[in-house]
Unconditional design. Structure first.
Lengths: 306, 395, 292
């Protein structure tokens, strides 16, 4: 069973690897976006899917990564790839700084604190305008070929998924899951929940930072309102939930299926696609809180590491 | 059974023949495809729709008059949801998938900024109809052409009129977003050039509703002129709160919002004497404007806004350039657009070597007696401004 | 740029303006606090409900010339019903559920409502032009629309608090908010209380919207900023602390104004949100004490 899934995955990866050679610019762009959402949904999964702490301001790491990448490229003349990778550093720093105090908060308060955190970061970025350009945003040099971005984004998506797999099959993962199930009991068993949570939070912040940097390069213009929106957080959450949080393939499935769904809906129902998205969110929350993988795992007794 | 089959086959052939005869002769001539993505949904849905109407009106007009280079023109327009990333995707699709010859720009600066990276990459000419940010033309692009006036000169008229009347002090506020900041910056530079003193300059976050603190500070400095780099909702809030706090500059102008009929509709008398700036008004003495407005109203059942006029004007310019180049080749079209210096329904056009607009003039209008009166520049004005703005208590 | 000298008059003017603005925040935040206190639901759709109230007042004014303050008699009950229906159909499923469910559900509802509003009424900006100008007392201007809105907000908040403390249903709501299980044991029909509470919260949001329509622009996405501000107020005042929401609102209006006056408008935004995070970290029960 596992071998079969593995071959399937390899085939898919092979296909994706050669896609830029023969597909149209549109398809490549679309796939880049899917990779981006896989990475984001997967990162959210690392903290919220595993520990149950709802990071409701996760886009803050994305935004900070965007600005890092953009500033390194425009002000320090870095090449976009290391600049994007460097996006994970401030993101990690922020996670450490804010994670330590915030992860002590209970459920809803943690969620709201994260929401507030996102607004704080956005407002600060706007405020230090001599450094960040403030409301004017940052314009990056135009890119001449999107294939490198495709591979970079794809790489991040694969990295997140692999990391999730490694975690879920490790004791660290078990500890995280136990925190989700019953934190007090976990503490009693001797698990250092604070450290575990912080570590997961840190890991979950790295990849949005990198993705943010890539996004800045790809879209060649960023401003505070476009890289810190609540809607991005919600979208990555919904994709993760839809696919199945706490699983490896869940965020991947969610990102792929919902991206395609949104694209089709928007093509057909231009003026109501937002309303449809709203209805979709309501539907997912009420009807499939465990997501596709959650249902499949139960039905077919799939191993936990899927 | 056999008979039914033969009858069916014959029927199919006959319908195909009829179809070919009806449509066939035109199959030979492929229409010229022009692509664009427009914000049909999202934040910019309303102005986006007007822009689309301008493009489609232009398409119809060109085809009615016999087409371009002997062929019909067909616009392929997609919705970019007011999102730059989506626009990039769509222009890729238009250029590589739909194989359009050239493209028209989307609505708004951020979207144009992103989308133009796609068109430039494939060396397609993009007529940016509705992007007003200078920095977009500072990237060294070769195939991007600007139609409307840049943000920095939006309030040029306000500053000119103020300087003419010997006013000395000006306070500037703006929303903290790209366009508004550029407009404020430009206004400040113009004011300084005219020897005015900028006594106050502050930006406020988007979504601010309470301007009390800002206005209290400004009131204490008693400036002659107040200029606001604003959009519609903040312009309304600011004007109302100025009345509430009894702030009385000699002149008060706003960038966006002051030119919309709703500005007066919503506020009534409170909006009197306010100066607004506009890229285009239907009463301006531009060539062909009356015919344009009448025909446009016939097609869309409402008046054209400046977005429609800009979209139409940009399309006209592209068509003219194609005609003069007698080709669809990007290099030839580009050459023509750089040289072109003609007025359209939208106003004057001339670009510098970057493709940046240098001829089109913003007009300054003032709300007088419930009507928008164009008061500057002199050669386009239809009335005189009422100066100074009387204090609130005297109205 | 000239340095602005801040005089006593300016300060006093700002205090007045800030408090008047705060009254509105208080009214809107009370609804959010109620819903969270009773059902542990973080209602992100609160802004959309406010928006519906604003449009109700706008249309009644535009089509029938109805005095916007009188239109409260329509918007509040109408939003109460809308809220109760939403609760019955959707929200009841996420009551006492993990916060993620309620956050997502209410967000989904909110963008659905906002999009439908946009389809129905377009995203054109609207506003009710009813009262402009100020009452001048000495050197201080009391903005007419704000003063009257403040009084209405005060009145409604007072009524709501009276309702919560003096009526049987009100007491039942507070009991459910304090301890749901015990309230149930005492024979309170918590399901019905949930519905009434959500309706009440929606009604208060709608009232806020009606008042906002007189002062500011009305458009489909107008509610979002008020949701964030309401979070600030609820955190300041303490979730489930209803008088706290009132004072929290006033405090927010004051702090925002003072920060804008002494610093800049942009900084005041930064400060407000930093304040939110700090209060959550240091005293989640709110500055004025509430339920944790």
């Amino acid at each position: 069973m596992m071998a079969g899934i593995l071959w399937l995955l390899l085939a898919v990866m092979g296909g994706l690897a050669v896609l830029p050679l023969f597909a149209s610019g549109y398809i490549i762009s679309f796939t880049i976006q899917i990779f981006m959402w896989i990475a984001l949904a997967g990162s959210w999964n690392l903290i919220s899917g595993f520990t149950g702490y709802v990071s409701f301001g996760h886009v803050a790491f994305f935004g900070i990564g965007s600005y890092t990448g953009a500033l390194l490229v425009t002000k320090a003349g870095w090449h976009w790839l290391p600049a994007s990778l460097a996006g994970c550093v401030p993101a990690a720093a922020l996670a450490l700084l804010i994670g330590y105090p915030c992860l002590r908060l209970k459920g809803p308060y943690f969620a709201i604190a994260m929401l507030g955190l996102n607004e704080v970061v956005r407002a600060l970025v706007s405020y230090f305008e001599s450094f960040t350009g403030g409301g004017s945003g940052i314009s990056l040099p135009p890119i001449l070929s999107i294939a490198p971005v495709y591979y970079a984004m794809g790489g991040v998506a694969i990295a997140v998924t692999l990391l999730t797999y490694r975690i879920i099959t490790s004791r660290f993962g078990l500890r995280l899951l136990s925190i989700r199930e019953d934190e007090i009991a976990a503490e009693t068993m001797g698990i250092n929940t604070s450290l575990m949570k912080l570590y997961a939070f840190l890991l979950s912040a790295l990849f949005p930072g990198i993705v943010g940097g890539l996004y800045a390069w790809y879209s060649s213009y960023i401003e505070p309102l476009s890289v810190f929106p609540l809607l991005t957080t919600i979208t990555m959450i919904i994709m993760c939930l839809f696919g199945g949080k706490g699983t490896v393939l869940g965020p991947v499935l969610g990102a792929v299926l919902l991206s395609v769904f949104q694209e089709l809906v928007w093509a057909r129902f231009i003026f109501v696609h937002q309303a449809i998205f709203g209805a979709l969110i309501v539907g997912v929350v009420l009807l499939m809180p465990r997501g596709i993988m959650g249902v499949l795992q139960e039905r077919y007794r799939l191993p936990r590491a899927v | 059974m056999r008979r039914a089959f033969v009858l069916g086959l014959a029927g199919m052939w006959i319908s195909l023949l009829v179809l070919y005869l009806a449509v066939g002769p035109t199959w030979g001539q492929e229409p010229i495809k022009i692509g664009a993505s427009i914000s049909l949904t999202g934040t910019y849905a309303k102005p986006g729709k007007y822009t689309q109407e301008g493009y489609l009106f232009c398409e119809k007009e060109i085809n009615d008059k016999g087409g371009l280079l002997g062929r019909k023109v067909r616009f392929i327009i997609y919705d970019d949801k007011s999102d730059p990333l989506t626009a990039i995707k769509l222009y890729e699709k238009l250029i590589t998938g739909d194989k359009v010859e050239q493209v028209m720009g989307p609505y708004s600066s951020p979207v144009t900024n992103a989308a133009s990276t796609a068109s430039e990459k494939y060396k397609k000419v993009m007529m940016a109809s509705l992007a007003s940010t200078t920095s977009i033309w500072e990237r060294g692009f070769k195939y991007l052409f600007m139609t409307i006036s840049p943000a920095e000169v939006y309030l040029e008229g306000l500053v000119e009129l103020a300087a003419e009347r010997g006013l000395k002090t000006i306070a500037v506020i703006n929303e903290d977003t790209l366009f508004a900041k550029a407009a404020a910056k430009g206004t400040i530079e113009l004011a300084k050039k005219k020897g005015m003193q900028v006594v106050f300059h502050e930006a406020y976050p988007k979504g601010t509703t309470d301007f009390s603190a800002l206005l209290i500070k400004i009131k204490s400095l008693n400036p002659d002129v107040i200029a606001a780099g604003s959009y519609f909702d903040d312009a309304v809030a600011t004007t109302r709160q100025m009345k509430e706090l009894d702030v009385n500059p000699r002149m008060y102008g706003v960038t966006v919002g002051g030119d919309l009929p709703e500005f007066y509709q919503i506020q009534g008398k409170t909006a009197e004497y306010v100066y607004g700036s506009s890229q285009w008004e239907k009463t301006l003495p531009y060539p062909g404007i009356k015919e344009f407005v009448a025909a446009y109203e016939k097609m869309w059942n409402h008046e054209p806004s400046y977005h429609s006029a800009a979209g139409y004007g940009a399309c006209q310019l592209l068509a003219e350039a194609i005609k003069r180049a007698n080709s669809l080749d990007s290099e030839k079209i580009r050459e023509q657009l750089l040289k072109l210096k003609i007025p359209t329904v939208f106003g004057d056009y001339q670009v510098d070597e970057r493709g940046f607009q240098i001829a089109h003039k913003m007009v300054l209008l003032q709300w007088l007696d419930g009507k928008k009166v164009t008061v500057w520049p002199l050669h386009l004005a239809e009335g005189k401004p009422l100066y100074p703005t009387p204090p609130w208590k005297q109205r | 740029m000239m340095q602005v000298q801040i005089t006593g008059t300016m300060l006093l003017q700002l205090v007045v303006s800030g408090l008047l603005a705060g009254g509105l925040y208080a009214l809107v935040a009370l609804g959010l606090s109620l819903v969270f206190g009773v059902m542990r639901v973080i209602n992100l759709a609160h802004g959309a409900l406010l928006m519906l109230g604003a449009y109700t007042t706008y249309w009644l004014f535009a089509l029938f010339g109805l005095n916007p303050f009188l239109s409260l008699l329509v918007s509040v009950p109408m939003l109460f019903v809308v809220g109760a229906i939403l609760q019955k159909l959707f929200v009841h499923r996420v009551v006492e559920a993990p916060e993620l469910s309620s956050l997502l559900l209410t967000f989904g509802i909110s963008i659905f409502i906002a999009n439908v509003a946009m389809l129905a009424w377009s995203s054109d900006y609207r506003s009710v032009e009813f009262l402009t100008g100020s009452f001048i007392l000495g050197q201080i201007a009391f903005s007419k629309p704000r003063l009257i809105s403040f009084s209405v907000a005060l009145g409604l908040t007072g009524l709501a608090l009276l309702f919560l403390h003096r009526t049987k249903i009100g007491k039942a709501i507070r009991a459910t908010s304090q301890h749901r299980d015990v309230a149930q044991i005492c024979g309170i029909n918590v399901r019905r209380i949930d519905m009434i509470t959500f309706g009440l919260g929606a009604g208060l949001a709608g009232a806020g919207g009606s008042l906002v329509s007189i002062m500011f622009a009305v458009y489909p996405e107008m509610g979002l900023i008020y949701v964030f501000k309401s979070f600030l107020v609820v955190v300041l005042g303490g979730a489930g602390n209803y008088p706290g929401a009132f004072f929290g609102g006033l405090l927010l209006g004051l702090v925002e104004g003072l920060a804008s006056l002494f610093l800049t408008a942009q900084l005041s935004e930064v400060i407000a949100y930093i304040f939110l995070v700090i209060v959550l970290l240091v005293r989640p029960a709110g500055l004025l004490g509430g339920r944790t």
